[in-house]
Design a protein around this ligand. Structure first.
Ligand code: R5P
Length: 309
């Protein structure tokens, strides 16, 4: 088995490979003078299962296209199976037509990922609120892992929480609030959010049992930061002793991080699905374990990895 990272997956590819007792392979990626991308894989992948790691964030179109080139090239070089690891799955939030005529980008991207030869996909807290099951969008096996327990464990070990409560900023975040509350041993609750535009949300005011308590506010993505800023303000106004914020994907567009700290939030932590100043938790062990579990159903591969441990 080989593991190769795209421009936005190299570090995670090395960390995942290390967990599996392998070395990550390198792909040469540069640009032609006209701006088009050049890619070369100088490794023998014939008859191999190849894991391609690429997070789709910030320059999403560019990174997605790189993933397509990697996949098609590796497939053409004779790989047996391609396992895509897209720790942050960009475009997943545009999963419906909110206005007539809009592209349902999630479906288009999913289709292209399959068409280019991905046999199986791993992602972390992939946004799937409206689509329900991933099988409604993909026909290949998809493993949507969650980083919420890892984030909660980080918060538990790095802060001495007093009378903790875990809050999700909207209905969809209940799953992460529940998982984090279990690790911390706390109650959990969720807020009600109304999205006004792609950049503006409104968190409905309601009374919460947070006075004098430490609150862990947890969500999947911090993009503009509007959701977390509104929620954190409300928690502070209602007397929360400390507000600690955790998210899987710290996109942190514009000045999101500064605006969040300005609400009085004490700690903001995210994972390395999107490298950022707050990416203190690595998802590499989570992904490596999931790949290992998957390989167990394919004994030849498992022997290969075990033999290299
Ligand atoms: C939405 O459904 C997600 O779970 C996040 O709450 C959302 O993407 C955060 O976006 P923003 O930081 O722009 O408010």
């Amino acid at each position: 088995m080989k593991i190769v990272g795209g421009s936005a997956g190299r570090v995670l590819a090395v960390l995942i490979a290390r967990k599996l007792g392998l070395n990550a392979s390198e792909a040469e990626i540069k640009r032609f003078p006209d701006g088009e991308k050049y890619l070369r894989v100088d490794d023998d992948v014939t008859g191999q299962d190849v894991v391609i790691v690429q997070s789709i964030h910030h320059t999403s179109d560019d990174l997605l296209f790189e993933y397509f080139l990697l996949c098609d090239t590796i497939r053409g070089l004779g790989a047996t199976r391609i396992i895509g690891v897209l720790p942050y799955f960009g475009y997943a939030r545009q999963d419906s037509q909110f206005k007539p005529g809009e592209a349902v980008s999630f479906r288009t991207v999913a289709k292209l990922i399959e068409d280019v030869g991905t046999s199986e996909l791993f992602s972390v807290d992939m946004h799937q609120h409206r689509i329900g099951r991933v099988s409604n969008v993909f026909s290949i096996p998809v493993h949507n892992l969650t980083a919420a327990p890892l984030l909660a464990e980080y918060v538990r070990s790095n802060t001495s929480l007093e009378s903790p409560v875990v809050i999700g900023p909207d209905e969809e975040s209940e799953q992460w609030a529940l998982a984090a509350a279990k690790v911390i041993g706390a109650d959990q609750d969720v807020l009600e959010k109304k999205r006004l535009t792609a950049e503006k949300v409104q968190i409905m005011t309601r009374s919460l049992a947070v006075r004098g308590r430490d609150v862990l506010l947890i969500d999947d993505i911090i993009s503009t930061g509007d959701t977390i800023v509104s929620a954190s303000k409300m928690l502070k106004e209602q007397g929360a002793r400390r507000v600690i914020i955790a998210c899987t994907h710290p996109i942190l567009a514009h000045d999101a991080l500064a605006r969040i700290y300005a609400t009085g939030a004490e700690i903001v932590v995210g994972t390395d699905t999107v490298p950022s100043p707050i990416s203190h938790v690595s998802v590499a062990p989570l992904i490596a374990d999931a790949i290992m579990r998957c390989l167990r159903s394919s004994p030849t591969l498992l022997e290969y990895v075990a033999g290299h441990n």
